[in-house]
Structure formats: C-alpha cells, structure tokens
Design a protein around this ligand. Structure first.
Ligand code: FES
Length: 254
C-alpha cells in the first residue's frame, strides 16, 4: 500500500454523471490488481475523509491508473473538477481483489451500472489464459458508454438495458441464467448493485457454480481502522475494505 502524489493525465465525462480519470503512478500501478480499490484524497481539506474508488484499469508499462467514477455528492463532484496536471494524493492499492490466477476455465463476468468499473481489468487478466463471457447491464445506453473503454476482442459479450436502448431489454440475470444452462461454466464474478449481485449469486449457486461478489459497502477509513464496513459471514465478521471487497458469495450471511 502506497501513499502517492499523482499527476492527473486525463479526467473527462463519459456519460450522465460518469467520469474517467487517468493518473500517473509509478509505485501503486506496479502492484494493483483487478477488484482492488484506492482511497483518493480531496483537495478541500475541510472534507477530511478520502473517498474509496475502485480500480478500473492499470497500465504497468506506462505507470497509469484509471478510475471510472460516478459524481453523486460533494466529494466526487470535487474529483470531477480536477484538471490535467493537478496533483491527486492516493492511498492504495487496498483490499482483496478477484481471483484471476486460473487457467483454462470458462469464466462469466457480470457487471451492472457502476459495477462495470472493475470488470475491465478483470476481463483483461482472465482472458490471458481463460475463456471469458461478459454480461453487462445498465439503465440505458448512456450508462454503458464506458464499454468503449473495454477490450472485448475474443470475449463473448451480452448487453442488457432497462429501457432497451442498447442490447437486450431486461436485466443481466435472465442472460446469466441462459448462459449457465447452455454452457459448462467454472466461475462467475460480479460487481454491481447489491440486489443484482444477490441474484447473480443465487443463480450461480443454483447452477452449482463458484461465484465471487464485490461488495460495495460504505467505507470510511478504507484501511481496517473503523467498523464502518463490517459484514457477517460464515467465517465470522469480516471487513469489506480489508478482507474484501471481493468475497466468495457462499460465505456471506446477509
Ligand atoms: Fe474502516 Fe473498513 S472502512 S474498517
């Protein structure tokens, strides 16, 4: 875990209230994995807390970290005002990410809305040695503009939107059910709204397929120093910021 001052290289609106920010990071970029997150410091010192933002992508050769984030309050609004060349202090990488050290598996990645953020790096890492199927869902077309930033060559991709403006009208669960009944899948990994992930976990469980979920509990400190992110699991209480955010769905109690 590093504390690093990073230069903002790009920071632009992708659609609706969604932004993509690229920063230069010599240290943290070398150790970052899919599913981990960073605590980003705000410029306004009155806002003491950092904000947890999940990692979207990393370019280890060019020392670049990318964050896809949604503006939904004063803190993230401030990130959207960061200009190219400004310095952003980051803390990370933090948490335990997705399982990617697998070979010759058939993996399904399910991303919903902002939960698509960590799927770029996850898919890039998985597809080196595995077959990957991607199911992406969003409210509408604009919420899925970020898909243009993903490299989906060789990835069988299904898209759903609530309003039918892109892909199939409906949600990711019906597509996942179809995929799980048509193909022999080894692993499902998901990030998205809580209810969606619950349904993904339940559907995977019924099909007897291992499933990992990335929990988006509200985090305060991000470094195991408070109790803000504790959850109940079959292995006892766990902290989402440290033991997760990615968990085997089977151990989560509620
Ligand atoms: Fe403080 Fe996890 S956010 S312990």
């Amino acid at each position: 875990m590093f504390l690093e001052d990073c230069k903002v290289l790009e920071n632009y609106k992708v659609g609706e209230d969604y932004y993509l920010m690229k920063i230069e990071s010599e240290k943290a970029s070398q150790y970052s994995k899919a599913g981990q997150f960073f605590m980003l410091k705000l410029k306004n010192e009155i806002r003491i807390l950092r904000r947890p933002i999940s990692l979207h992508n990393v370019d280890k050769d060019k020392n670049i970290l990318e964050f896809y984030y949604e503006v939904k309050g004063g803190g993230t609004q401030e990130f959207a005002t960061l200009e190219v060349g400004e310095i952003l202090n980051i803390q990370g990488p933090l948490g335990t990410g997705f399982t990617t050290e697998v070979k010759n598996k058939k993996c399904v990645v399910v991303g919903g809305g902002m939960g698509i953020a960590p799927t770029k790096l996850l898919i890039d890492e998985l597809k080196k040695e595995n077959e990957v199927i991607f199911v992406a869902g969003g409210r509408g077309k604009e919420a899925l503009n970020i898909l243009e930033n993903l490299n989906l060559d060789g990835v069988k991709t299904y898209i759903t939107t609530d309003d039918g403006s892109l892909g199939e009208k409906g949600n990711v669960i019906s597509v996942l059910s179809r995929v799980l009944s048509d193909e022999k899948i080894d692993m499902v990994q998901t990030c998205g709204p809580h209810k969606m992930m619950e349904a993904v976990a339940e559907t995977s469980l019924k099909a007897d397929v291992f499933c990992e979920v990335s929990l988006e509990e509200r985090m305060a400190c991000g470094v195991k120093a408070c109790v803000g992110c504790s959850i109940k699991t079959l292995d006892g209480m766990k902290k989402v910021c440290h033991d997760g955010p990615v968990f085997d769905s089977k151990i989560i109690v509620d």
